[in-house]
Design a protein around this ligand. Structure first.
Ligand code: SF4
Length: 494
């Protein structure tokens, strides 16, 4: 059996980092973890090929080689997924769709041969059983059962062209104990945090290490600290030992809830294990907005202080922010800018509130007849899929004011300085020296420091770093490249 696994192209969004990648010799930030996990669940004697359209092209010879083309992706990749489907149809090759895009919108894909929905550990096994027992596979495989993560095999990292990615990724747990009303994670993956055993996580780190990967590893959990007890007593001690034994080959980033700030010991352990960054959904400094979306973990706390505590522990905090709540008043835009500027959160993902299907927010807005369209999955494309309470033009204007207020060069570099000023010099990491880093830096100097507008702020920032935080020069250079990406995505001239 020949299986072609195809991952659609990411559009140009905040998360694609396409404009930052041009300064590196990499083609994508992280690989398609879902598809390489699918590959590891498929029978060992089936042949597999992976085509990630973010790093390579799909050739017709690959399609005709395949007995089945497996496509997996997210809603934001719909356009590219549709192109892949059309291409496979041309050659009459059977298509299997899975992952969040098809699970959430399977009724849009009646032209696909097989839909293997929900979690692959459960439904893909049913598909395989049918094929191996000679039955005609069903059109749709679904299940309400959540996968037992302790049975998930090590992803087939060997299928990847590792040199094309900035970082590798692993998953430790699925599910989140919280219930933010705009979030589809809990409808897809549940409230119970299901963790892999520590031995599985270590086996994944071993696999990456043996494939000679060094550098960033993203732990793509919905909330890495969803099960704090197991993380603290079992997982982190094992990761700390493994990292020491292997001379610190990896740096980890992940997503957590803000209550990370309440546990000093947990933060210290994560830093010791090699974590350097955490994405945290802050959403809004407005208490009523937090109540609106049931963000209980963010309520009744000084959010700014919490962010500062996490930064002080050694993390770079990346923050998610939202406007468009029913309770948002016209002052919310200014308050969002103030909060972000004071926090020193350099990478702030500010998006319009959107209501994805299968969320409590969607159900409420649908009952109020306010849904206009499906959410695009790209929260920073200035679209909103429902009728907001605030006048839409005021909301759009306010949103644009935030984006310009935080991503124009002046406020951006101000935040970057604030962050670097207090940033701890990271633990020594065993990094491979790549000459491409030097070339990337030279290219960034030419583009950001000579050709583009906003040069003055760039050079002020570089000079400040050289005098005040020379040890963090590489981090500073990386931030200039991120800033360039954000300005390009949001079409900010300087
Ligand atoms: S904390 Fe994050 S993952 Fe959990 S429900 Fe809220 S938005 Fe979703």
């Amino acid at each position: 059996m020949n299986i072609l696994l195809v991952y659609p192209e990411n559009p140009d969004t905040f998360w694609s980092f396409k404009h930052a990648l041009r300064f590196t010799n990499k083609k994508s930030s992280i690989p398609p973890l879902g598809l390489i996990t699918v590959s590891s669940i498929l029978p060992k004697n089936w042949n597999k090929r992976l085509i990630d359209l973010n790093v390579t092209k799909l050739k017709h010879s690959d399609i005709i080689w395949a007995d089945y083309v497996f496509i997996s992706g997210m809603y934001v990749q719909t356009e590219s997924a549709n192109d892949i489907i059309a291409e496979c149809k041309k050659y009459n090759v059977k298509i299997v769709g899975g992952g969040p895009l098809f699970t959430q919108n399977y009724n849009h894909y009646s032209h696909i041969d097989h839909l293997v929905l929900n979690e692959a550990e459960v439904t893909l096994s049913m598909f395989i059983n049918d094929i191996e027992s000679g039955k005609t596979p069903q059109r749709i495989y679904r299940s309400d059962e959540y996968a037992d993560m302790t049975k998930t095999p090590v992803p087939d990292f060997g299928l990847l062209s590792m040199k094309d990615y900035v970082g590798m990724n692993i998953q430790v747990a699925r599910g989140c104990p919280f219930a933010c009303d705009f979030c589809e994670i809990t409808s897809l993956l549940g409230h119970k945090v299901r963790m892999k055993d520590t031995s599985q996580v270590i086996a994944e780190l071993d696999a990456l290490y043996k494939l000679n990967w060094r550098g960033i590893v993203s732990i793509v959990d919905d909330n890495f600290i969803g099960n704090k007890k197991q993380v603290k007593t079992d997982l982190l001690p094992a990761m700390i030992s493994w990292m020491k034994e292997h001379n610190h080959p990896f740096s980890f980033n992940t997503q957590t809830s803000i209550d990370l700030a309440d546990d000093k010991e947990l933060m210290e352990m994560m830093i010791e294990a090699g974590f350097f960054s955490a994405f945290i959904g802050i959403e809004t400094p407005d208490e009523q907005g937090l109540e609106d979306c049931n963000k209980v973990q963010n309520r009744n706390r000084n959010l700014l202080e919490s962010v500062k505590k996490i930064q002080k522990a050694g993390f770079q905090v990346t923050g998610g922010f939202i406007v468009g709540f029913d309770s948002d008043s016209p002052t919310v835009f200014e308050r969002q800018v103030e909060f972000i500027q004071e926090s020193g959160i350099v990478s702030a993902l500010v998006g319009m509130l959107n209501a994805p299907k299968n969320t409590r927010l969607y159900d409420r807005l649908e009952a109020e007849n306010r849904i206009l369209a499906d959410a695009t999955g790209n929260t920073t494309d200035s679209t909103i899929n429902f009728i907001p309470k605030m006048d839409i033009s005021e909301l759009m204007k306010g949103y644009n004011n935030i984006i310009h207020g935080i991503y124009s060069t002046k406020p951006y570099y101000k935040r970057a300085r604030m962050f670097l000023k207090d940033q701890k010099v990271p633990h020594k990491r065993n990094k491979k020296f790549e000459p491409s880093i030097i070339f990337g830096f030279i290219k960034s100097v030419i583009v950001i420091g000579i050709i583009k507008r906003g040069r003055r702020e760039y050079w002020k920032f570089i000079a400040w770093t050289l005098f005040r935080r020379p040890n963090l020069f590489v981090n500073a250079a990386t931030l200039t490249v991120f800033g360039y990406h954000y300005r390009t995505v949001f079409k900010i001239r300087k």
